[in-house]
Design a protein around this ligand. Structure first.
Ligand code: ATP
Ligand code: MG
Length: 512
């Protein structure tokens, strides 16, 4: 007879130098269920997954999978057992083609034993089309956006004959539409009797797609709940070990009639992604850029920050032509830019929390060529406390921090500089609810101190909660602006959806 549980992990311990990541954790997944794994940044979710899939070796405990005790030594060994994983840090090879990435390490062979490329290409295309994604599978993966790369990782997991699919924050770089595409895929897998472990910090997703949830807190089991009998407050309390409420900003607080302008972009065109767009930013306002992936929001920020020269159009700073030829110019004017891809453009994984955090403000900290250590330490400690960055010390290498805690370090780097304008692209990606509230409070504090904030978020609630004004974009153009009581989810969606379609996704790939 088949057991009710596909997976039972019992008494799992795992320690790293200076960190007890997991203590006596029990975790079990039923056949064919979608099971959420939740907890604050650094609670131990990814570590538990890595112990299951052979990336880390447990210090103690047992793992029973499909009726057998297992101890996979490598990710491939776990795969062979029927456990397919999408890791938080995508383990794809950007320079190889999409189809090669999907079949890496298990390429189909022809009768004569050579790699069957025709079949790989055909099958890869079919899987992606089944997910509603029309891209050229023969292109190198790096040509596509993070979201599409995420979808490719998912396609890869789907083509492995799995009994269990593990997804560690698959949605953190997806927008609302793509999340639904993923959820359709999940429902299809479930219908085939495949179990899924789903990790996400977005509570609404947990309630939409999962049946049960296991909560970890500080490396220990905090609770197991049936979603049907669970409410948000109970879940959040269990995660944080305390109760909590979200800061809601009062709408219409910003006095636009008296507002002074800080920066203005006029008629900006770039590549085919920005088409004559104009946006102005007032002093001390929180301006949101809303739109689906591929609408040109990130590109616009890149141009403002000097990372890309526009093909056409001009930028003004305090009403003067802004001579912004590279990011250094932008930083000198008083801009800070927290980019969306923390690994590629942001963090130095081999450097410490302290060095990463104070990197941009080093000139401010240096006197006669000497870094003022006391001042540096004080600032680092202040941000570690304020953003609750979970690290054994400020000397810990960023590589060893959990995903969400890495994101906090990157945010802190720009926040501690006291810029005139801070650009935040997906600032709370992968950040737990408690820390998110703290970051939103900081954003609001900035604005109260006259610092302007330009923010992009694929979580519309986040824009609605925080922004004074929202510019809605599509296809590199401005569709409209929302202020005061018009800042609602419905108004944003209405503005976007006049003609928007899923084709955008595919198009973004083509233009990359
Ligand atoms: N290789 C490692 N070396 C040292 N410490 C580590 C290592 N991997 C993880 N840790 C630590 O173990 C703890 C748990 O990390 P883990 O990545 O499992 O958290 P998480 O729940 O996935 O968090 P997030 O939501 O931020 O992704 C953290 O304190 C982290 O810094
Ligand atoms: Mg993690």
């Amino acid at each position: 007879m088949q057991q009710e549980y596909l997976l039972e992990m019992r008494g799992i311990d795992k320690a790293f130098t200076g960190v007890k990541a997991l203590t006596k954790v029990d975790f079990s997944v039923k056949r064919g269920e979608v099971h959420a794994l939740m907890g604050e940044n650094g609670a131990g979710k990814s570590t538990l997954i890595k112990v299951l899939t052979g990336i880390y070796h447990k210090d103690a405990g047992t793992i029973i999978f499909d009726g057998q005790e297992i101890a996979p030594k490598t990710a491939l060994a776990a795969q062979a057992l029927g456990i397919s994983t999408i890791y938080q840090e995508l383990n794809l090879v950007p320079f190889q083609t999409v189809y090669e990435n999907i079949y890496m390490g298990r390429e189909p062979r022809t009768k004569v034993g050579t790699i069957d490329r025709r079949r790989m290409i055909r099958d890869a295309r079919q899987v992606l089309e089944g997910m509603g994604i029309a891209i050229d599978v023969q292109e190198p993966l790096r040509r596509y956006s993070t979201a599409i790369q995420q979808m490719v990782a998912i396609a890869r997991a789907l083509t492995i004959n799995a009994k269990l699919v593990v997804m560690d924050e698959p949605t953190s770089s997806l927008d609302a539409k793509e999340v639904q595409v993923l959820f359709d895929v999940i429902r299809r897998l479930k219908a085939q009797g495949i179990a899924i472990i789903f990790i996400s910090h977005r509570l609404s997703e947990i309630f939409e797609i999962c049946e049960r949830v296991t909560v970890l807190r500080n490396g220990e089991l905090a609770g197991v709940f049936d979603i049907e009998e669970l409410d948000t407050q109970t879940l959040v309390n269990s995660m944080l070990g305390r109760s909590f409420t979200n800061a809601q900003r009062s709408k219409g607080g910003y006095a636009y009639d008296e507002a002074e302008e800080l920066a203005r972009l006029e008629g900006i065109s770039w590549n085919v992604r920005l088409n004559g767009i104009g946006v102005d930013i007032k002093k001390g306002e929180i301006l949101g850029l809303a739109g689906l992936l591929g609408s040109g929001r990130t590109e616009l920020c890149n141009i403002l920050f000097g990372s890309e020269p526009p093909d056409d159009g001009s930028i003004f700073w305090l009403d003067q032509p802004g001579d912004i030829r590279n990011p250094r110019d932008a930083i000198r004017l008083g801009m800070g830019y927290c980019t969306e891809d923390r690994k590629v453009e942001g963090l130095f994984l081999h450097l410490s929390v302290k060095d990463n955090l104070t990197m941009a403000m080093l000139p401010q900290l240096t006197k006669k060529g000497v870094v003022q250590k006391k001042k540096q330490d004080a600032i680092v400690q202040q941000y570690i406390d304020r953003l609750k960055i979970k690290t054994p010390s400020s000397e810990q290498l960023v590589r060893y921090l959990s995903g969400g805690n890495q994101q906090k370090v990157l945010l802190a780097r720009w926040m501690c500089m006291n810029p005139k304008l801070i650009i935040l692209d997906e600032p709370t990606r992968g950040i737990d609810v408690g820390a998110k509230a703290e970051i939103e409070a900081l954003i609001q504090e900035f604005s109260a101190n006259g610092i302007s904030v330009l923010m992009i978020s694929s979580e519309m609630e986040e824009l609605v909660r925080n922004c004074d004004r929202i510019v809605v974009m599509r296809d590199g153009k401005k569709l409209g602006e929302l202020t005061d009581e018009r800042i609602t989810m419905d108004d944003i969606m209405d503005t976007i959806s006049h003609g928007a379609s899923a084709i955008l996704l595919a198009k973004e790939g083509e233009q990359a």
